[in-house]
Design a protein around this ligand. Sequence first.
Ligand SMILES: NC(=O)c1ccc[n+]([C@@H]2O[C@H](COP(=O)([O-])OP(=O)(O)OC[C@H]3O[C@@H](n4cnc5c(N)ncnc54)[C@H](O)[C@@H]3O)[C@@H](O)[C@H]2O)c1
Length: 318
Amino acid sequence: MLFLNKSEIQKLDQNIIQTSVEKAYQILLSKDYHMPDRMHVSNGLNSLLLMPCFSGQYFSTKLASVFPEAMKHGQPVVNGVMVLSDNISGQPLAIMDGAAVTAQRTGAVGGLGVKLLSPEKVKTAGILGAGVQGFSQARYLMFNRRIETLYLYDLNPEMAENMIKKLKQEFDGVDYIILKTAEELVERSKVIIATTTSHTPLFNTEPENIKGKTFISIGSYRPDMQEFPDDVIKLADDVYVDTFFAIQESGDIATPLKRNVVIKEKIKEFSSLFEKNKYAENKTVFFKSVGMGLFDLTVSSAIYHVALEKKIGHIIDF
Ligand SMILES: NC(=O)c1ccc[n+]([C@@H]2O[C@H](COP(=O)([O-])OP(=O)(O)OC[C@H]3O[C@@H](n4cnc5c(N)ncnc54)[C@H](O)[C@@H]3O)[C@@H](O)[C@H]2O)c1
């Protein structure tokens, strides 16, 4: 049994992770997998998500907990354990830090969104929420696009300052600017990525600040959570979700649907982009990700292969 900790997973090549996310979408199209809707066990504000998935050589199970108040105690909001197992013998093969796998694969999900849904020459972008996912989204955004100015907004400006310090170690030469409001960030950015735990929309702005831009929402994973105002989905030419489960799971889709701001037929699966790339310059695009077990399966199996090849991690007796 191989054990991989946070720092080992954080150091892995971004290209390997993003290619694995792309592979997950291809498997989704081929339908060669078994993945029940993830199970939410809620206890007040806190949630435990059970995310099993079977495909090909492996099956994986992620136990992810989301404790929004943990940050008040200086602890991360998302924690978890990732187990990768053999799909023939059923034997567990690897245990990994689930939070680190989540951060990497979620960053790559956003990064692939940027790659397929934003103009190639985009120079300005903004991240709303400078926590663990915000940092990972910024890394994969800049892995896919040559961003010159990155705007950041967080309720807690110290989070944004810390994020800039970490980003500068990898992506120097970028102008990092912390803004005082989410509205300002949306006005100035061409690509806007939200990675907060907010229950209410983060901004309210005029349609001209929304049109022709790419919006990616990562944070909301419950029907009572919403990061973007209804106007974003209303004005969007194209709306994508990583999985149709997002329609019932996230308030960013469920709420505007309930208010008849958008019709269900407008919402497409992101994987459909691999059949025919539909992106055109100056479109308004909204992509909502809630994540899925298939991403964890392809990413953790790629991590497992790299770790065996490069002798990373610790072999433990079970
Ligand atoms: N789509 C996916 O696959 C996926 C994967 C992992 C996590 N998530 C979700 O992403 C969200 C963020 O997770 P995280 O691990 O980065 O949490 P985190 O606590 O590390 O970061 C959240 C940041 O958002 C800021 N924030 C909260 N409300 C805000 C508001 N109204 N305006 C501005 N900033 C605000 C906080 O100050 C904090 O810095 C969570 O809801 C989590 O469940 C989604």
